[in-house]
Design a protein around this ligand. Sequence first.
Ligand code: SF4
Length: 445
Amino acid sequence: MALTGLEIFKLLPKTNCKKCGMPTCLAFAMQLAQKRAKLDDCPCASEEAKQTLAAAAAPPMQLIKFGSGDNQVQVGQETVLFRHEEKFYNPTVLAVTVSDKLDDEALKKRIESINALQFERVGIKIGVKAIAVINNSASPDTFATVAAVVKDSSNLALILCSDSPQAIAAALAKTADVKPLIASAKAQNAEEMAKIAKENNCPLVANAESVEALADLTEKIKALGTEDIVLSLDRLPLSDQLRSFTQMRVLSLKKVFRPLGYPTLSVINDGDANQQAAVATSLICKYCSIVIIDTIEQHVFLPMLTAVMNIYSDPQKPIQVEPKLYAISEPDENSPLIFTTNFSLTYYTVESDVEASRVPSYILVIDTEGTSVLTAYSGDKLNEKAVADAITKNNVESLVKHRKLIIPGYVAVMSGKLEEATGWEVMVGPRESSMLPKYLQEVWK
Ligand code: SF4
């Protein structure tokens, strides 16, 4: 929790020597509290003051990274309870299990299927980010062999799941270079697991059956020298997990309770694919940082990933596409010209409906700062000048012979002024994008 000016003042030497450039220690303390000065500016500050202030300035929730290179993932370091207060920073990581009991062929197929769980939505790539190797065999050697195969066959981040310190150590001997997440340390094996995590510089999952036991466990692990910790409350019913994750998030952010100031992880291995997706989506909403799921059914991943995408997008900044002229299905000089705004959801809806029409077309995307058609029009971000400027800037007149512009039906009221500003004939298109195929096929011709 941030310290007040008076609390900082108590830590300073109180000599008023002015070496920091301030007339008094109190004035310097006030500047520090407002983050207008750095403690380094006081050459007389004690080690105790430096440590206390550094601890107070640390984020309430730790940032945890695992994986390597371009596929390193990071979770945690959230600052608010609710998205609309600011934004959430590090999206939930979806991981899929691989059992170390699979035979070679089944293992290969499963890894290939997981690698393929990548999608594109409104122009943004989303997908599974990690593979969790599960030590079902109870054999350290088998676990290590399968972990090595996964490492060599996938670029996704690795999670090693075993209660056996011997199995984790054996797997890390072959995979430590890609910095896996180790899951899990429990009260009975915490010392050995923390030692292995520290030696290999890997983050460690702490697993307990209650919030209180978890707080004790993280303190123990931290005292053993492992500071990169993820919290897990597996084996609790979903409702208890949600309640506990919420409680932990409140304690870490509002009370700066450091023993619970870490991201969270949950493993879902019950139920069919749809049930797992429903549980996972609930956990994504409140407040699970890493969700390990047991299915590879492709159709359930898009809803989960869409939930992550929506929750972790910045509420102040709509997702946008580049405002420019887009050519759909190789249009020519006789093809229709349609305009829309650069709000991603609007653009991609229009784009897919134009594609569905099988009428090659141009879509002129107007820069409306990522707002939809009606919002942009009512905020005067979509007006005749913006459209006329976009036509000129994108050199549209040299691409089509005709001078006809199809506008969204919702802004039919723009027609008169738009014709005056552009000299183009305005054709009022349908209100709903879904009617575009029929319009292009029957009205445009
Ligand atoms: Fe006080 Fe340090 Fe500034 Fe001197 S340099 S006045 S001790 S805060």
